[in-house]
Design a protein around this ligand. Structure first.
Ligand SMILES: Nc1ncnc2c1ncn2[C@@H]1O[C@H](COP(=O)(O)OP(=O)(O)OP(=O)(O)O)[C@@H](O)[C@H]1O
Length: 574
């Protein structure tokens, strides 16, 4: 078990009052937050009150749960799991506010349910954006300074007429449905209009500690402040330099605003336990911080490197990265190739042509997640979205129930088992992604979907949509496999995990290659003022031992002096 540093220990043992911890990357926020949670639970006067530790991803919540359970086991004298709740911010809001109380403000007569967007019944829920109808579920509530709440839709963020938006949202709410974005709005409305519920929640949760607080957006902030006004003590722990969800309204400003309140105790974590000193030094240069590195450099190759790459010669870049990892003694499984966008990540992951459209696309994604990345959870979610898309539009809340991460009701467990076996087994369920899509994969899927729909009908009473076959028709399906097969006789390249930076947030990875274009580089080297600058900072600070920057060959000359000055070393090149 980790021995806490003095800064960490002081946070854990601080008096029971609201606190803000402004932390650097790799500073052990996980260990600190979990121990603080245990300490808060020990000290809390009200034995009925719960301490909540909230974060933004299921991965973070799983890590917190694991660490908290390990901590309880190490301290058997205080073996009380009760009184503590560890959840994502969304799960907390859903289970405490929207599901039990949402009907009071949504005008529905059933327990509200989350819709993902692919449910067939949503075809009847559209909103006019001034030019065309858009799915109501695509409405994004945005709080604009000086204007207040408005609703935007589509890639161009078209502002929808407020009355039109309100009517569409009310219609959707009337059947009990809400989208991810609209859920927070309904939760806030419950708190604003139902003072008794608000006070009861504040009594139940006298302390809420939010991790990754830089990702708190406007609506989540309003919800937390509403609970605070009713008596909850809100503590935050975060790193503004890692605020990479600015596009969704999370600017990180809330951390400092909260820290500036008189009753809030402001603390800092300024030691990076993750990265070797040369990486911490560059992170300091980019962020304007002066954090200390706890580690010393290992005897093998380590630190920050750069090399030139050509987009059309990705294999060479991968080989150069593999060679550096070899010198650093890092295995392929401990390394990752990181990209700024999902498109780039897909391109670097193998560059297969995207296939399938609509419902069919969900099954394509399920096959790729399972067969290429071995990510069975993601494959399952895609499979559920695909199957629900094949049913008739009376199965509104089904997808939401199937993909809930906790508290799945018993009658859904049998159904989940049917779907799990469909997604797990390439011989009888979703066909293998290495099959040629138009001649083998799609026909096999069609036949097996028919069998599966017959089981769902016989055992669970579900009705397939009259048009289900048309939904699996060969739209955007080509005469090639979904996934590029390893070609015979050709050198097999190491298959690295390829990911967006957003997806590896919170992780420690021994070796990282961050592939940039010119504007990614400009913003990264410009510091952590911009969102893309912060994304570069997050990529850099994931690396434990080795960080490699992929610089476009045509830009190498321009950037080399600045990279050398920052402390990067030029590697062999691709
Ligand atoms: N006191 C400590 N002594 C030694 N190692 C520590 C200590 N505290 C944390 N660590 C280690 O530091 C690493 C980084 O910790 P953690 O992942 O919690 O960082 P973080 O603050 O969440 O970082 P980020 O925000 O960059 O994701 C982990 O490997 C953790 O075990």
């Amino acid at each position: 078990m980790i021995e806490l540093s003095s800064q960490q220990r002081e946070i854990v043992e601080a008096p029971l009052k609201p606190m803000v911890v402004i932390a650097c990357a790799g500073s052990g926020k996980t260990a600190t937050a979990v121990r603080r949670l245990a300490e808060m639970r020990k000290r809390i006067d009200d034995r009925h009150g719960h301490c909540a530790l909230l974060s933004f991803s299921n991965v973070a919540v799983d890590t917190f749960n694991k660490d908290y359970n390990a901590l309880l086991q190490a301290e058997p004298s205080d073996n009380r799991r009760g009184g503590v709740e560890i959840a994502t911010v969304d799960a907390f809001i859903t289970s405490n506010i929207i599901r039990p109380h949402g009907h009071l403000v949504m005008g529905c007569t059933r327990t509200p349910f989350l819709v993902h967007g692919s449910e067939p019944f949503l075809a009847n829920f559209k909103v006019w954006d001034g030019k065309r109808p858009q799915p109501t579920t695509a409405l994004q509530p945005v709080i604009v300074k000086g204007v207040g709440l408005q609703f935007e839709v589509g890639r161009a963020n078209t502002v929808v007429d407020p009355k039109t938006a309100a009517e569409a949202i009310r219609k959707l709410a009337g059947v009990g449905a809400y989208s991810h974005a609209l859920g927070s709005l309904w939760a806030l409305k419950v708190l604003k209009t139902q003072p008794l519920i608000r006070r009861a929640l504040a009594r139940r949760y006298p302390h809420i500690l939010v991790d990754e607080a830089q990702d708190i957006g406007n609506l989540h902030q309003s919800i937390l402040m509403s609970l605070q006004d009713a008596g909850t003590q809100v503590s935050l722990i975060g790193d503004v330099n890692q605020g990479i969800y600015e596009f969704s309204g999370a600017t990180g400003a809330f951390i400092q605003q909260h820290a500036d309140r008189d009753e809030v105790d402001e603390r800092r974590l300024e030691t990076n336990f993750r990265s070797v000193p040369s990486i911490v030094a560059i992170a300091n240069e980019l962020s304007g911080r002066t954090d200390t590195a706890a580690r010393t450099a290992p005897a093998t190759l380590s630190g920050a490197y750069y090399f030139a790459y050509k987009k059309e010669e990705k294999d060479n870049a991968i080989k150069s990265f593999a060679a550096l990892l070899g010198q650093a003694g890092i295995g392929v499984d401990d390394a990752a190739v990181l990209c700024r966008s999902a498109e780039w990540a897909a391109d670097w992951a193998g560059g297969e042509k995207e296939q399938g459209q609509g419902v069919l696309r969900h099954f394509v994604n399920a096959a790729i997640q399972r067969d290429k990345f071995s990510r069975f959870d993601d494959a399952f979610e895609h499979c559920c979205a695909g199957v629900v898309g094949l049913l008739d539009d009376s199965h509104g809340a089904l997808l939401s129930e199937l993909t809930r991460h906790s508290g799945v009701e018993r009658n859904f467990q049998a159904l989940r088992r049917v779907l799990w076996s469909f997604v797990k087994d390439p011989a009888r369920g979703v066909p293998h992604a290495s099959l040629v899509a138009d001649t083998d994969w799609q026909p096999a899927l069609l036949a097996r979907a028919e069998t599966m729909l017959a089981i769902l009908s016989a055992e669970h009473g579900f009705k397939a949509a009259a048009t289900w076959k048309a939904k699996l028709a060969k739209r955007k399906i080509f005469n090639q496999p979904l996934m590029r097969p390893a070609e015979l006789g050709i050198e097999v390249l190491p298959t690295f995990r390829v990911s967006t930076v957003h997806k590896v947030k919170g992780e420690s990875i021994r070796g990282v290659l961050y592939v940039c274009n010119q504007s990614h580089l400009d913003e990264m080297l410009g510091g952590t003022e911009t969102e893309v600058g912060k994304i570069g900072y997050v990529a850099l600070t994931r690396a434990r031992d080795l960080f490699v920057l992929g610089v476009p060959a045509t830009n190498l000359k321009k950037y080399a002096p600045r990279l050398d000055e920052l402390g990067f070393t030029k590697a062999g090149g691709a």
